[in-house]
Design a protein around this ligand. Sequence first.
Ligand SMILES: NC(=O)c1ccc[n+]([C@@H]2O[C@H](COP(=O)([O-])OP(=O)(O)OC[C@H]3O[C@@H](n4cnc5c(N)ncnc54)[C@H](OP(=O)(O)O)[C@@H]3O)[C@@H](O)[C@H]2O)c1
Length: 245
Amino acid sequence: MKLSGKVAVVTGGSRGIGAAIARKLATEGAHAAIFCRSNGAAAESTVRAIREAGGTASLVLVDVADEVAVRSAMRDVASTFGRIDVLVNNAGIFESAPLGQISRQSFQDQFSTNAWSVLATTQAALDHFPSTGGAIVNVSSSLAVRPEPEAVAYSASKAAVDSLTLGCAIELGARSIRVNAVAPAITRTDMTADIPTQQLQDEVRLTPLGRLAEPDDIADVVAFLCSNDARWITGRSILVDGGRV
Ligand SMILES: NC(=O)c1ccc[n+]([C@@H]2O[C@H](COP(=O)([O-])OP(=O)(O)OC[C@H]3O[C@@H](n4cnc5c(N)ncnc54)[C@H](OP(=O)(O)O)[C@@H]3O)[C@@H](O)[C@H]2O)c1
């Protein structure tokens, strides 16, 4: 097991990609502290699945964009489990709208949940990393480097995640805290459940590996980046997209 005894916070770990990440990190021996906003039932079932598989997990209901609540949640995890070794910033929202119809509110909501939260959780976790260092993995998107129509604000918020990843990696290298990102293309979760079938078929056709991603495809790369196998990688945003971009 590559993360034996580690304490890992996974934001948005109740469902979708975050749940797969929490399950994978727990399989590798980490305690998964799942942060999610509201969906208690989905989160409970992820926690139960981890425990039934022999792992350990806990649940915190917290809005990742609320820095005061996030500080308190990180303090609770650190005081219960001793420290924080791994932080996975996965929580995110997607709002689609064509140019001309993007509201300030929608722009702010996406930047707040997708980008500001990365800084809020990272700053809140810093005091709790051991002196030997740790790993942070942010979940970006392939749209950060290849924006699509009707996703301009979301794409820009994920480009901000890539920049935050690099900036934090540079500043935290001296503390042996590595900071990387994964950038998935369309992955089968609640977030993409409403995409029309024709668009999904086009996506498969344009993907060299010839299918859509499953959450586990992303989680395995996140676990690698959290592990000592990735000890010489920091500041990178890695496309995990079946070759789509
Ligand atoms: N699916 C894709 O195709 C795709 C592609 C590229 C990147 N991504 C990124 O991957 C990440 C996960 O996406 P997904 O598809 O798994 O999404 P999802 O199925 O919609 O799940 C989103 C998760 O984020 C949590 N969350 C949202 N806002 C939050 C907030 N303010 N505070 C705390 N938790 C919050 C949700 O918690 P609740 O359950 O409490 O609502 C849920 O656990 C996101 O950052 C997304 O942008 C997804």
